[in-house]
Design a protein around this ligand. Structure first.
Ligand code: HEM
Length: 420
């Protein structure tokens, strides 16, 4: 399937007819043009029907309040069968609760939710901090290097390994499986063949099967760590036989890996990029590290690591003076809602001591609201606390390379130089 847009991308979206613009074009995010494209939609046609796109026709919802409305009304807007503009491949029928409606969604979410319960996060915090410190201490000072690979990807894979109590030396496998599971062009911008995905996901299932058996015997002799996902699944009588339903087991594991992978990675890069683009904010932070807890949600808003979620209307719905028909695809552009000036002042600016910094759409709303939000925030908080303890500055050199995707809004590389 060719997902390249056939529509010409224009550098000034105001110069052409609004109906000729393709809002699903991943190149908008690779070039930064997304901002002016969506600004025009918010101002001129906030509930916009695009009749033609490589993914078929769809509605773009671009204002903060309208996005909240769609996200909160799961009975009007279904998450099945997929939550990205393009439908996922059907070759591997993974069962992920992010793409399910109640009651199945609720049952499956309840089963894995305890892994990110406050008590569990508190138990993980010191281990995550120790691992963050180790990575930062190993970074070269005064030398240019790629922040994405050395820090963002590495930290994220370590966090995921902690979540699963996964063999530490094999942690990059988790990132690899995540890329494979979500590696379709419309998602990460990657181009993965079905065969490659199949082999990778089989390997993932096999590995987690082994981990399950091992944890089961450790639990029997009272040796398992209690906070990892597998031990939690094994400890509940609702989920202790999940291994007998391989697609559900694999789906739940992969949802946690994929959900926490690109998002955390790109928030780690986006925060540093934002502080370099807004140097007065960096100075403010250095003078007052107590601003970190407020800066973290601001990073997540400003970056918006997932640009959209999509739904299918279950019935005709009136919104913004338009009628969305039953069966229509509806795309909530979080990336646009987070820049809506009618709700967020100076929305394009990165302001670390912003009031109401938590008022953003990046984690969604309603019953699919991100399950890992507290974990992601904790991770970012720890990283920034540890950075400020060690370094006087981290300078971004040149411009980062951005990912070509309409879903994952992120960075493939960013060169930096650290000063002690
Ligand atoms: C769902 C964003 C980190 C696991 C979601 C949704 C968004 C999102 C937009 C869908 C919300 C909706 O449809 O209303 C983010 C961002 C993150 C992040 C921006 C980091 C800054 C994480 C982490 C994990 C995770 C670290 C794993 C531990 C999940 C899961 C769901 C989800 C399991 C599905 C929830 C459901 O369908 O009920 N996330 N996420 N996320 N996220 Fe995250």
């Amino acid at each position: 399937m060719n997902m390249e847009s056939t529509t010409k991308m224009v550098s000034d979206p105001y110069a052409v007819d609004i109906d000729s613009l393709d809002f699903s074009d991943g190149r908008l995010f690779e070039t930064g043009l997304w901002n002016s494209y969506f600004e025009r939609l918010r101002n001129e046609d906030p509930v916009h029907y695009q009749a033609d796109s490589p993914f078929g026709p769809f509605w773009s919802i671009t204002r903060f309040d309208d996005i909240m409305f769609v996200d909160k009304h799961h009975e009007l807007f279904s998450s099945e069968p997929a939550i990205v503009i393009g439908d996922m491949g059907e070759e591997i029928p993974l069962e992920m609760f992010i793409a399910m409606d109640p009651p199945r969604h609720d049952e499956q979410r309840q089963a894995v939710q305890p892994v990110v319960a406050p008590k569990n996060l508190a138990a993980m915090e010191s281990l995550i901090r120790e691992r963050v410190a180790k990575i930062l201490d190993g970074l070269p000072v005064g030398e240019a290097f790629d922040w994405v690979d050395r820090v963002s990807i590495e930290l994220t894979s370590q966090m995921l390994a902690t979540l699963f109590n996964f063999p530490f030396d094999d942690r990059r496998k988790l990132t690899y499986w995540s890329d494979m599971a979500a590696g379709t062009p419309e998602i990460t911008g990657g181009d993965v063949t079905n065969e490659e995905r199949m082999v990778a996901l089989q390997d993932c299932l096999r590995t987690f099967n082994q981990l399950w058996q091992q944890r089961q015997s450790e639990l029997e002799i009272g040796e398992a760590e209690s906070f990892d996902l597998i031990s939690l699944l094994l400890s509940s009588d609702k989920t202790d036989n999940m291994i007998e339903r391989p697609m559900e087991f694999l789906g739940n594991i992969l949802l946690l890996i994929v959900g926490g992978n690109d998002t955390t990675r790109n928030s780690l890069t986006g925060g540093l990029y934002a502080l370099n683009k807004f140097p007065a904010e960096f100075e403010k932070l250095k003078a007052n590290p107590a601003l970190i807890p407020n800066m973290v949600p601001e990073i997540i808003r400003w970056q918006t690591p997932l640009a959209h979620m999509r739904r299918i209307a279950t019935q005709d719905v009136a919104l913004g003076g338009k009628t969305i028909k039953a069966g229509d695809k509806v795309v909530m552009w979080y990336v646009s809602g987070n820049r809506d000036e009618s709700v967020i002042d100076h929305a394009d600016d990165f302001i670390i001591d912003r009031e109401n910094a938590r008022q953003h759409l990046s984690f969604g709303f309603g019953l699919h609201r991100c399950m890992g939000n507290r974990l992601a925030e904790m991770q970012l908080k720890i990283v920034w606390e540890e950075i400020l303890k060690r370094f006087s500055n981290i300078e971004v050199i040149g411009e980062p390379t951005l990912v070509r995707s309409n879903f994952v809004k992120g960075y493939s590389s960013m060169t930096v130089k650290i000063s002690r």
